[in-house]
Ligand binder design. Sequence first.
Ligand SMILES: Nc1ncnc2c1ncn2[C@@H]1O[C@H](COP(=O)(O)OP(=O)(O)OP(=O)(O)O)[C@@H](O)[C@H]1O
Ligand SMILES: [Mg+2]
Length: 387
Amino acid sequence: MILAVRVIIYTGKGGVGKTSVAAATALAAAQRGLKTVVMSTDAAHSLGDCLGVELGDVPKQVAENLAAVEINSYRELELNWGAVREHIARLVALQGLDEVLADEIAVLPGMDELFSLARIKDLAASYDLVVVDAASSGETLRLLALPQTLSWTVKLLRRARAIVKPFAAIAGPLEDYLAPEEVFEALDEMLTKLRSLKSLLGDTVSTSVRLVLNPEKVVIQESKRTLTYLSLYGLLVDAVIVNRVLSKEAGYLDGWRLRQNSYVDEISHSFAPLPVLKAPFYPSEVVGLESLEQLARDIFAETDPAALLHRARVIEFRKEGGEYLLCMCLPMLCKEHLRIRSTGSELILQLDNQRRIISLPPAMAGYRPTRARFCDNVLEVKFTKSN
Ligand SMILES: Nc1ncnc2c1ncn2[C@@H]1O[C@H](COP(=O)(O)OP(=O)(O)OP(=O)(O)O)[C@@H](O)[C@H]1O
Ligand SMILES: [Mg+2]
């Protein structure tokens, strides 16, 4: 399905320039005539400061064709998770834990940002382009795994409820532990929302992620991992933006500039075939529309900032001679760290502490993985009919 809206998500390590690059992209796209909104899902908002305006939870017009919004993540969390949080907190408190602590435990870290991301769906109806200034890499990644983990937990809770419910009538206090129907309703609603967000994020025609990084060793390492994980989650990364590149006349920072040069080379090499765009280190902060215009010009020059800058195959199922083949593009994957197992209806890829569950098409029921190979950044898993 081709959606009318285009979504660009900027992520990267803390402080690399995500907010500046996101705002610059949105401004440049708006100036080219796209009805654009730039939204910040990072709880510590700085989008308003960057644009030089006060922003809130409702999109505010900041330039022609350009609106900006800072999502109130606490409000989104309450709206989507309030009923569930209360139930979990009650369960935890029943174990004798302090109520404040129980409240804390009832919210998974990063969940607030996940629900903020879900607002993309609402904005998609009113804009041609949604540019997302997301939280730094680690956060975003955890969020993307959440819908899969949650739907599994809900299945488990439902099953447990069905088993335990008949006994609740006999052993009264058991009732306290059972989730009331409204909790399941809230969970269902939330999962529907998250699934639709996931399908939007996984739509490689409409949505792409761009990695912002600085030419520094640690930042490059983290960005490589982010690229692998994003691919693992089925997202399309279409560009890498190297921000704060020192220019020719770096003065006393010249030694630093030379080191940066070799890092910029490493980035181009490591992230190939992704396009690598660069932005210079300016003598002052990037604040206000004029500076953002300059930043966009330096990054994109004549390139359309809203274009899909690279199309890579992310995941594909093929059938060959009675066998199924699942192909996944996993750049920079270190195959030694990857573990693969199948539950029949799902394939589970475990990479370090990240997990990706791939639902297998119903036609593949009765097939099991028999061989995996990793070649040219593509992981191929072969499925053979089990006897
Ligand atoms: N190319 C640049 N040259 C000079 N200053 C820059 C450049 N890019 C960003 N900055 C400045 O660096 C600071 C951090 O940038 P920004 O807020 O965009 O990073 P961020 O990745 O969004 O940070 P956070 O992870 O805290 O959200 C800001 O003050 C911004 O104006
Ligand atoms: Mg930021």
